[in-house]
Design a protein. Structure first.
Length: 305
């Protein structure tokens, strides 16, 4: 029996519709979903100047999975006569993952800055840290970044990080003129042309730099591993908002349900790290603040589950 082209197309269409109707269509996309864990950036409780050990203890008591520690706080701890191995063991005893470190080495500006970043990455790795923030510190505020050169330097940083065993996360700051938008971070990451390029994003910085939030839908699960959680008030103009205006997630006007849904739909592991610099919170009991922040993040995630 001879089957002509028209009959073949009809048969294919019928089979395709039948498969679609039964939910077994072979080409239907697989839906991805992220797994969330919860982290405390110690800036959130930094007001009382607790010291790194007390801050870690609070994160553990509050019920977090991990912490983000600041390089300067770690250096102060070491200057007091302690060792990286002691800090690593203390974190392990508290069942906390050292998810990421916050530092300010000017790696994008100079070779000396790159060398400083390498030293800091080696130190953080010795304590068990998995990642380190890589902001564009030191770039002239009145001069546009050469995006090709910045991409090459980020590629170099990623290569160094790969050798050490730590992931540099490209970070943009919403109020920092040279590097304040997600689109700029994506340009540098794309120019790096490296399989390990990743971006550190933040609710406040996405708002403050006028990146908006719909752009998160463009990102794959590989692009973001750590996401800074916070919110912003609706009664202060965007251009006038400061880091200290950040508030608990869900207490402001950020579209938290949309943000978390987009992060969830990306797929992959997502560390939600509470990062606040609110001076009013610093006046309160740090354990209460840490617990309240964790509860608010979990409540928001439950609303999209």
């Amino acid at each position: 029996m001879t089957i002509n082209r028209r009959d073949s197309l009809k048969a294919f269409a019928v089979l395709g519709l039948a498969a679609f109707a039964t939910g077994s269509y072979a080409f239907s996309p697989l839906k991805t979903s992220s797994n969330f864990s919860y982290c405390l950036n110690t800036s959130t409780i930094n007001g009382p100047k607790l010291g790194i050990i007390h801050s870690i203890e609070i994160a553990s008591k509050a019920g977090y999975n991990g912490v983000e520690l600041w390089v300067r706080d770690i250096q102060k701890y070491l200057d007091e006569g302690n060792s990286p191995q002691e800090l690593k063991k203390f974190l392990q005893n508290k069942n906390l993952i050292f998810e990421s470190a916050i530092g300010f080495a000017p790696w994008m500006v100079s070779d000396d800055g790159m060398a400083q970043m390498k030293i800091e990455m080696q130190l953080m790795k010795s304590i068990g840290c998995k990642r380190i923030a890589a902001p564009a510190v030191g770039m002239p505020v009145d001069k546009e970044i050469n995006w090709t050169d910045a991409g090459k330097r980020y590629h170099q940083l990623l290569e160094i990080g790969g050798e050490i065993g730590i992931q540099p996360l490209l970070e943009f700051w919403g109020a920092y003129p040279p590097f304040h938008q997600l689109s700029q971070a994506l340009m540098v990451a794309a120019n790096a042309n490296h399989p390990n390029a990743k971006i550190l994003a933040d609710v406040y910085h996405l708002f403050r730099g006028n990146s908006g939030f719909d752009s998160l839908k463009l990102l794959s699960g590989n692009a973001i591993e750590v996401f800074h959680m916070n919110d912003y008030p609706g009664n202060i103009p965007r251009e006038q908002q400061k880091d200290s205006d950040r508030i608990f997630p869900g207490n402001g006007v950020a579209p938290m349900k949309q943000i978390l849904s987009d992060l969830k739909n990306m797929g992959g592991e997502k560390v939600l790290s509470l990062e606040l610099f609110n001076t009013n919170y610093w006046q309160e009991d740090p354990l209460i603040i840490a617990k309240k922040g964790l509860d608010k993040m979990k409540k928001l995630v439950a609303e999209i589950s």
